[in-house]
Design a protein around this ligand. Structure first.
Ligand SMILES: Nc1ncnc2c1ncn2[C@@H]1O[C@H](COP(=O)(O)OP(=O)(O)O)[C@@H](O)[C@H]1O
Ligand SMILES: [Mg+2]
Length: 286
């Protein structure tokens, strides 16, 4: 059994290689041969067919990137990916994630997709989302809280709408009770294995990269059931789910198909890499 771990080809910092290295070590400890490769130049369309060589050399792929084309090519050639191409695509796009979860009894903040514009000079038109200020504005594709904004009034909303009009984005109800804090839970094989609370003193976004600090958090049964439902609806082998503290309970803010596990391992002491490796080795025997 041979595995390939695919990572983003633009990684540079030592800390960014922590995740693939840990997974490789844990997989090898279980007797699974494992290579780590950058997700670049791995396939093409030639003569009307997919040309790629990974499926010849590897039995399965742990996909730690978000790019959607390579996974589609590999799956078309029969490779089993963790996570699947469809699951990665839905999680990569925050609006698609909310749409996919809707109708499954998963509480989420009110969320409205923005109309997309194709001309630089065009007027952004009237805002008719009916969400009270302050309004959370998110680019549909974004990470580390960096593409998440708060519009406190019409002027701020207008300037964000102008700036983002040519990029997919959404408007969302601001969950005031959760300002500066949320819960990050990691699910493996549809089960919560670790949870932490993230708190920020200086920003409504509690992402670690923006100064949020993780602390252990005993997620209750309601929170666990919610995360497990979301992971199962989206068909995720592995994910990190962000929960907001709403007035009447937890709300799902987003689901990450390739969530980093370094901080949650440090905070909780749970060996996420080993648990994921065990799940991968077990799933691949089937
Ligand atoms: N609707 C919301 N109300 C209040 N805070 C929010 C809301 N949505 C997101 N946040 C905060 O912003 C952070 C980043 O948002 P998120 O959707 O998780 O984007 P990213 O992919 O960049 O992490 C969340 O961890 C949470 O702290
Ligand atoms: Mg997040």
């Amino acid at each position: 059994m041979k595995t390939v771990i695919l990572i983003n080809p633009y990684l540079e910092k030592e800390s960014e290689f922590y995740q693939p290295r840990r997974l490789k070590r844990e997989l090898e400890a279980l007797g699974v041969i494992c290579d780590v490769l950058p997700n670049a130049w791995l396939g093409s369309i030639e003569g009307g067919e997919i040309a790629e060589t990974l499926t010849r050399n590897y039995d399965f792929c742990v996909y730690l990137d978000k790019d959607k084309y390579t996974p589609r090519m590999l799956e078309k050639h029969g490779m089993r990916l963790f996570n699947s191409a469809a699951a990665v695509e839905v999680c990569d796009d925050k609006m698609l994630t909310h749409i996919a979860l809707a109708g499954h009894g998963v509480p989420m903040p009110k969320t409205v997709p923005a109309p997309l514009c194709y001309k630089e000079g065009a007027n952004t038109g009237e805002f008719r989302a009916e969400i009270p200020f302050p309004i959370v504005v998110k680019q549909c594709y974004g990470s580390f809280g960096e593409q998440v904004y708060l519009a406190r009034d019409e002027a701020e909303l207008g300037s964000l709408r102008g700036e983002l009009k040519m990029r997919p984005h959404l408007f969302q109800e601001f969950i005031a009770e959760s300002a500066g804090r949320d819960v990050r839970a990691v699910c493996i094989g549809g089960k919560v294995v670790a949870a932490m609370q993230r708190k920020s003193e200086r920003d409504f976004r509690s992402n670690i990269g923006l100064g949020g600090m993780g602390e252990p958090y005993a997620l209750d049964d309601e929170g666990r059931a919610l995360c497990e439902k979301a992971a199962n609806v989206l068909g995720l082998d592995y994910c990190g789910i962000d929960l907001l503290f709403g007035k009447e309970g937890f709300l799902v803010a987003e689901v990450n198909s390739n969530a980093f596990f370094g901080e949650i391992e440090r905070v909780t002491g749970v060996n996420v890499a080993r648990l994921y490796a065990e799940y991968l080795a077990e799933s691949c025997k089937k």
